[in-house]
Design a binder for this molecule. Structure first.
Ligand code: ADP
Ligand code: ZN
Length: 538
């Protein structure tokens, strides 16, 4: 069988050899086994079900969440003379009927179906009447209720096993922690599946995380100095921010297009088309953009807001450098990101368990941001893969160093504590830092906060340094943000350990002295509009 797999690989697909564990998956599935396939984006997952579909009797049924993606795949397969078609709701009924007939007559090698379509009675009864070579469940992480791409229809796919116990099934994904893998196996009833887990490392991507101060300016510097004329993706958290940022980059001479769910479908499709076809287009998008977009020469993926989970971050950054050439994953993150996300979680509608899951995901993301060791090592460790320091990430290239921040943390926490104990008050980051630095602002005077014993005890650190301390305390849940809607700071159950001196806190030094280059350095103290102070060196 192996030799015929190899010859089909060459003859039909035009590839000289299998990649990674493709061969093993193909053999296993062709001989009737179930498989869980984890491969990074661009690793070549499609072949793992396309080839066995050709080798086995009947049609390979591919369940795929995105209609656009199906069309691309069907087109690509047709170009290789493989008999492929899709069934989806956007289709003309006459076309659907033709596809159904072709399937029943055994004239299809592969049939792509959206999950909600598959679960209809009509489609299930159609499948009952034809011959099925295998079921491939693409983007299988969509079954995870806690994941970043949850699709309720995916939960219904467990019936495949019940109805067709003898048809091999593959679940494929580019993102899965141990927990997600377990969920995939349980929900899709894949206990018998063999696991094929490829290395998740993408050595050509250089992971960089910088401290945010004036993010649009930083982004512009980054693109102009390192990726001028390159194709890239900029991810933002909100539609507004997408629009603003696309406008900003366009005004600076780039071809920057917006993409988010609030745009008309035709605009989205047109922008995506330009991104795919033209050179040097920068797509500014929410996470609505990207799944199934296969553009090999994306040279950078930038995040100007903190992603909500490492899985999401990894999936999004994985869209860079699919061609194997050097690419950059660049993330700017700051105090406001942590405050905002902690607040969003605290305010979110779900139950306690749900909030807890979100918090755990955020914590992992923050750990990645605040680590003083290799970013890639951290990232891979999140996917349970051990590795050495990589030499090609921000911290390997410019080690940030750490410092004993225990005393600083105690000062900050006790300021929060005293405000609450002595005055019954809670305040946000800016004011607490003013108190620590002994700044006689109007607000300090109005509240007589210059009488507090902590007033001025932190004059030795710059404002920016305090923000960094605060961010790291929030990241480690030694402090949190209240749900009162004002982002006021409150202690957590862990704060006491620091205040009592039971723990030593190693904090990350503010890094990237060089990173933002010359620009922005000479600019004045505070930037109007943002309320964010200019960086000062530590
Ligand atoms: P994934 O779905 O894992 O992101 P794809 O299946 O889309 O990846 O494959 C990514 C690219 O790699 C495609 O252009 C595909 O043609 C190519 N590819 C897959 N397998 C091989 C192989 N064995 N040799 C060469 N190219 C391959
Ligand atoms: Zn590294």
């Amino acid at each position: 069988m192996s030799s015929s797999a190899s010859s089909v690989l060459q003859r039909v697909f035009g590839h000289a050899a299998f990649r990674g564990n493709q061969h093993a998956v193909v053999d296993h599935v062709t001989s009737g086994g179930d498989a869980l396939v984890l491969m990074p984006t661009g690793g070549g997952k499609s072949l793992c079900y396309q080839l066995p579909s050709l080798l086995r009797d009947g049609t390979g049924i591919v369940i795929s969440p995105l209609i656009a993606l199906m069309h691309d795949q069907v087109e690509a397969l047709t170009a290789l003379n493989i008999r492929a078609a899709c069934l989806n709701s956007a289709q003309d009924p006459a076309v659907s009927r033709q596809v159904e007939q072709d399937f029943l007559a055994g004239r299809l090698d592969l049939l792509y179906v959206a999950p909600e379509r598959l679960l209809t009675d009509r489609c299930l009864s159609l499948l009952e009447r034809g011959r099925i070579a295998l079921f491939a469940i693409d983007e299988a992480h969509c079954v995870s209720q806690w994941g970043h791409d949850f699709r309720p229809e995916y939960l219904g796919l467990s019936l495949l096993h019940k109805r067709w116990p003898n048809v091999p099934r593959l679940a494929l994904t580019a993102t899965a922690t141990r927990a997600t893998q377990v969920e995939i196996i349980q929900r899709l009833e894949l206990d018998q599946a063999e696991h094929f887990v490829a290395s998740f490392d993408r050595p050509n991507i250089c992971y960089r995380i910088v401290e945010k101060n004036d993010v649009r300016r930083q982004l512009l510097n980054f693109i102009q100095s390192e990726h001028a004329g390159d194709c890239g993706i900029v991810y933002c958290l909100s539609r507004n921010r997408v629009e603003e940022t696309a406008g900003f980059l366009s005004r600076h001479g780039m071809v920057a297009l917006p993409y988010h769910a609030g745009l008309a479908a035709s605009v989205r499709a047109a922008n995506q088309q330009r991104f795919l076809q033209e050179d040097g287009v920068v797509m500014v998008a929410t996470i609505a953009f990207g799944m199934g977009v296969d553009k090999p020469d994306v040279r950078f993926v930038a995040h100007i807001d903190l992603p909500k989970s490492v899985e999401g971050y990894y999936q999004e950054t994985g869209r860079a450098g699919r061609d194997g050439l050097p690419a950059t994953a660049w993330l700017a993150y700051g105090l406001q990101d942590v405050m905002q996300q902690r607040r969003m979680i605290n305010d979110s509608a779900g139950d306690e368990a749900y909030r807890r899951r979100l918090a755990v995901q955020l914590d992992a993301m923050l750990e990645l941001c605040e680590t003083v060791s290799c970013r890639r090592q951290r990232l891979l460790a999140y996917f349970d893969e051990a590795s050495d320091a990589c030499g090609n990430c921000g911290t390997c290239l410019h080690p940030p160093g750490s410092w004993d921040g225990t005393v600083a943390a105690q000062k900050l926490l006790s300021a929060v504590y005293r405000l609450w104990r002595e005055r019954g008050q809670r305040f946000g980051a800016g004011h607490v830092i003013d108190i620590l630095r002994g700044k006689l602002t109007a607000r300090v005077q109005a509240y007589r906060h210059d009488d507090l014993s902590v007033f001025g005890v932190g004059a030795d650190l710059s404002e920016q340094a305090w923000r960094s301390v605060l961010r790291q305390l929030l990241a480690r849940e030694l402090l949190t943000v209240d749900t009162d809607g004002y982002s006021t700071l409150v202690l957590t159950e862990h704060s006491r350990d620091v205040l009592k001196g039971n723990v030593v806190l190693q904090l990350r030094h503010r890094s990237s002295r060089k990173a933002s280059g010359t620009r922005g350095r000479g600019r004045a103290k505070s930037r109007p509009g943002t309320g964010v102070p200019a960086p000062t060196s530590v």
